[in-house]
Write a protein that binds this ligand. Structure first.
Ligand code: ZN
Length: 48
């Protein structure tokens, strides 16, 4: 299960599970990259 993600901007995001990681990543994107909208699959593709 993937629970961590390094955003290209340098932000380190992690969640207890994939659902939380996707939620947290979307929250970060909305706050810092409002012009980027990624699907769950795209988020998990760059997660590890
Ligand atoms: Zn970022």
């Amino acid at each position: 299960m993937k629970t961590r993600l390094n955003c290209p901007c340098g932000e380190y995001i992690r969640g207890a599970d994939e659902d939380e990681l996707v939620r947290e990543t979307r929250r970060h994107l909305a706050a810092h990259h409002p012009d980027h909208d990624y699907t769950r699959e795209e988020i998990l593709f760059i997660a590890y």
